[in-house]
Design a protein around this ligand. Structure first.
Ligand code: BDR
Ligand code: CA
Length: 309
């Protein structure tokens, strides 16, 4: 099988960092570019973190470009309570050995799509600001996007407000534009990412599989402490790697076609992904929404990918 060409849009973030390493480690994915967005922490920090992770694993030939420093219309809300001040607290990792690509995220996405002989998968795992801006500026390149596998949203509970998941809450207007774009979308929301919790057993296994596994386990030790303090979870969810896994092994994710509309107006439910599970609106579906995850298969895929680094 020839590798799936993909662009990862991230806001690292512990789980973003694991998603980056997973994408670099798996031979079935050809990571053409990485773009960064403000989310978990400021754009300056997410960009530094993406560069540091790629430096650490020696993947410095992947171009990394900084994108939006704030959401389309709103002030940025960050998540230091979950990821710490740096966005990657808990483990000291060296400084970057390479510089960001000066074109910026939207131009890098556009140039990468133009240069690719085949359509490319987009994997956004932060707020959808960069993807919305790309679609506004380059609607003609939509046909070069084969699929979007995104981490965001929830059919059920939120994690930032009772109704909203973080990535969609931060930039609901961008999410509305992406879900209305007509692109083929898989939504990996909290319903499935909460099934990817890395408990003590998984973290022990990670420690036994080389330096990328040890780094991942180190990040997850910090993430475990914050998830326990903030949410009372005993295993921190590997949210963003689920969106990568859905590209590598689609059968790991059980999905259901649904109409997903984004609430942008209400004070109470802003950022909610309103998923028409039972098709009561009669509107056509615009996303395959994750409803189940093969948890064991997901972790095996992660171990295999990290083992290659
Ligand atoms: C999402 O929010 C961020 O904190 C994580 O990196 C993930 O993308 C989970 O709601
Ligand atoms: Ca993220």
């Amino acid at each position: 099988m020839s590798p799936n060409p993909a662009i990862l849009d991230v806001d690292p973030g512990h789980d973003d960092a694991v998603a980056l390493m997973m994408a670099c480690g798996h031979p079935d994915l050809d990571l053409l570019a990485v773009t960064t967005v403000a989310g978990n922490v400021s754009l300056e920090k997410t960009t530094r973190n993406a560069l540091r992770i790629l430096s650490l694993i020696g993947h410095t030939r992947v171009p990394v470009a900084a994108g939006a420093a704030k959401p389309l219309q709103r002030a940025l809300r960050t998540a230091e309570d979950i990821h710490g001040e740096s966005g990657l607290d808990g483990l000291e990792i060296p400084e970057t050995t390479f510089a960001p690509d000066e074109r910026g995220a939207v131009a890098l996405i556009a140039d990468t799509l133009r240069a690719s002989p085949e359509p490319v998968t987009l994997i956004p795992v932060g707020p959808l600001t960069n993807i919305a801006l790309f679609l506004r500026e380059h609607p003609e390149l939509k046909e070069k996007v084969s699929h979007v596998s995104l981490m965001g949203g929830s059919i059920g509970l939120g994690n930032t407000t009772p109704a909203a998941e973080f990535n969609i809450y931060v930039d609901p207007e961008a999410a509305r534009e992406v879900f209305a774009s007509g692109l083929s979308i898989t939504m990996c929301g909290l319903d499935v990412t909460h099934q990817a919790g890395a408990g003590p057993e998984e973290r022990e296994r990670l420690r036994s599989i080389g330096s990328a596994g040890t780094v991942t386990a180190g990040f997850l030790d910090f993430f475990a402490a914050t998830y326990e303090r903030v949410f009372g979870f005993d295993a921190p969810p590997l949210h963003d790697p689920v969106a990568v896994a859905a590209v590598l092994e689609p059968r790991l994710l059980t999905t259901r076609p649904m109409r997903v509309d984004i609430e942008c107006e209400s004070e109470l439910t802003r950022g909610e992904t309103v998923c028409d599970y039972h098709g009561v609106t009669g509107k056509p579906s615009n996303a395959e929404v994750g409803v189940g995850l093969d948890r064991e298969g997901f972790f095996e895929l992660l171990y295999d990918a990290l083992d290659n680094l």
